[in-house]
Design a binder for this molecule. Structure first.
Ligand code: HSE
Length: 440
């Protein structure tokens, strides 16, 4: 029986109907009854907005919602309480969020790039305006890592955060590992399957992961971290052979996002690294994401799930909408920014060249006598100790691969030695230099 006084809904405007917007709408429509039961009131999509809105098919149950191609219509609609910014990028999305805050509307966003660059400033404005902001979907779609850092383990003092934060790269690396297929072939297949973009640079050159790490480490360490503070290197140079050598060394290779405190400050990097095969991160296969956080008091916690996709990311958006809707109803928006402890300034980012660890150097050379001696001579000149030399059987004397591992050495010394090696005429390509994360 219908209630005579139905509980008023909290109304949502969705701007951006790509993968995430479509996923969020399908959950809002398909799971409406559960969502209403959990909230005690309905969450209703009032308006949807995208440039191609006229041709979009909306899920059953949302057929009657207002459609517009102009985001200002959503901001100006007095019946919209919360705006979902699902456009991405730092242009229109920024304008939209600022306009929504100015109009006193709460915002849910999936925008990692904007929040990594401007999150602290946007949050301050939201708090001053007394509205809610939520951004769970901006990093690692299906893993509620913002909630973990902001609530679940916020009482701890974080010492290190490691992640596999780019599903496309992890898919490519684990395919190379499993099938011994060349990087270019796996990338082309990933593009054909729609896992990788036509322009794959953001994923395979590490920039997508860099924005995510900038955001997560700002929340974890309470430090102002710009994406440019993070040393970033992509996965283009990795070959099946590198996995064979890594396996011989008891390791595998992943695009590792790392933020860790040292006595000198915070070391931040997104780069391919050798990680021990028995570490939990090594078991992360395909397009999955994972985050491993180490706290001073609570020790290690690990979070795993799908990092992207309409439904996993849609769940993050809808769950944020539910929290924001509850707070609108209770009249108590967030009053402290998740970036607030940035003011403590306790862990300044430091140059990655200061880090000390073991290293994997893979060479390709025109074979001839004296090669190892020449390389060892340069390393000795920098006081760098060789750990092992590995050479798997190869029939190519013109492009002979082999690996040298180094004992714990500063990155600066390794870079200096490798720069000197560039003058050696037997190298057919510059050495591939990867850190060995033996302590994970
Ligand atoms: N392209 C990203 C990835 C998902 O491959 O993980 C969106 O951030």
């Amino acid at each position: 029986m219908l209630s005579e006084n139905p509980v008023r809904s909290v109304n949502v405007g969705i701007v951006g109907l790509g993968n995430v917007g479509t996923g969020a709408m399908s959950i809002l429509a398909g799971n409406a009854a559960q969502i209403e039961a959990k909230l005690g009131f309905p969450l209703r999509v009032r308006t949807v907005c995208s440039r191609s809105v006229a041709s979009k098919e909306l899920p059953a149950g949302l057929a009657g919602v207002k459609r517009t191609a102009d985001w200002r219509d959503v901001v100006n609609d007095p019946d919209v309480d919360v705006i979902c910014e699902l456009i991405g990028g730092t242009g229109v999305a920024h304008e939209l969020i600022e306009a929504a805050i100015a109009a006193g509307k709460s915002v849910v966003t999936a925008n990692k790039e904007l929040m990594a660059l401007q999150g602290a400033a946007i949050w301050e404005k939201a708090i001053a305006a007394g509205i809610n902001l939520a951004m769970e979907a901006s990093v690692a779609g299906g893993i509620p890592i913002h909630t973990v850092l902001r609530e679940g383990i916020s009482g701890d003092r974080i010492q290190a955060l490691y992640g596999i934060l780019n599903g496309t790269s992890n898919y490519i690396l684990t395919e190379i590992e499993k099938h011994g297929t060349a990087f270019e072939t796996v990338l082309a297949e990933a593009q054909r399957l729609g896992y990788a973009e036509a322009d794959p640079s953001a994923d395979i050159d590490g920039f997508d992961a860099r924005s995510k790490l900038a955001l997560l480490s700002a929340l974890a360490f309470g430090e102002q971290i710009a994406p440019t503070d993070i040393y970033t290197e992509g996965i283009r140079r990795l070959t099946p052979l590198d996995f064979q050598y890594a396996h011989k060394l008891g390791h595998t290779i992943r695009l590792l996002c790392a933020a860790r405190e040292t006595d000198e400050g915070l070391l931040l990097s997104v780069r391919p690294a050798l990680i021990p095969s028995e570490t939990i991160l090594a078991s992360v296969q395909g397009a999955y994401n994972a985050i491993w956080v180490r706290g001073e008091y609570g020790a290690d916690t690990f979070y795993y799930g799908r990092g992207a996709g309409p439904h996993p990311t849609g769940v993050a958006v809808v769950s944020d909408l539910m929290r924001v809707a509850r707070e609108i109803r209770s009249g108590s928006p967030e009053r402290v920014s998740p970036f607030a402890h940035e003011r403590l300034g306790a862990y300044k980012p430091i140059p990655i060249t200061l880090q000390r660890r073991a290293w994997y150097l893979r060479f390709r050379v025109h074979d001839r006598p004296g090669i190892i001696a020449a390389l060892a001579n340069i390393l000795a000149g920098k006081n760098v100790s060789l750990d092992a030399v590995l050479q798997l059987p190869s029939d190519s004397k013109d492009n002979l691969p082999f690996v040298i591992t180094l004992e714990t050495t500063s990155e600066q010394d390794v870079r200096d030695a490798v720069a000197r090696m560039a003058t050696l005429d037997f190298l057919t390509e510059p050495p591939l230099v990867l850190p060995m994360e033996t302590s994970l």
